[in-house]
Write a protein that binds this ligand. Sequence first.
Ligand SMILES: *Cc1c(COP(=O)(O)O)cnc(C)c1O
Length: 234
Amino acid sequence: MTLSSSDHTYLAANWSEVRRRVDDACRAAGRDPSEVVILPVSKTFGADVIRDAVALGLHRFGENKVQEIRDKAGPLADCGIEWVVIGHLQTNKAKDVARLASEVQSLDRLELAEALDHRLQAEGRMIDVLVQVKTSSEESKTGLAPEQLPAFLEQLRRFATLRVRGLMTLAVQSEDPAQVRACFCRLRELRDEAVGRGHDLPRLSMGMSGDFPLAIAEGATEVRIGTAIFGRRG
Ligand SMILES: *Cc1c(COP(=O)(O)O)cnc(C)c1O
């Protein structure tokens, strides 16, 4: 812990509680806890809070706005953070992403892949990407339509700067666990089908603070956790 972290001691407690709940969900699903990575989602929280999370040993953070990564990357430049983009990404942000992000989990269209590839070539970098798939019929959800996934994965093969590692989704917001779980199940099935067509897609990013046990039961390799670690967003 850094000396300045006294305000954020709740972080250590939240973090170990989340890790314990993830481990429990793994065991309940007959899986090894080492199979599931937690991506802390730091959106809306400031550099001071993130610095205290770094002191706990965290070094990878999910953000849904590129502007927030820009604002935080400077003050946290000494922390060796890997910034992961998880929100809807406009093409005109590709340059900042190519410069600052280690990974994009919200790749959902060819135009964005082209823009990222162009900017990454200029930077001489490669990044990991996950394709975000829309697994619910909610209007508000972004992501690629499942039926477009096979063609999109083929198109992505030509971008040498984008290492396609898996799929990401947000489940429907519902009180009914069966509906939520169906979204996670769908993503796993889409991944398995793509693997059958010769794609290497080991990663499934699915599950958030409110629904991660269901995602782990359906095969998540990564859960994106904001509220349960950092508290409610203001
Ligand atoms: C905010 C966000 C999360 C984390 O949500 P919590 O419910 O706070 O855990 C996960 N994924 C995406 C894409 C998000 O925007």
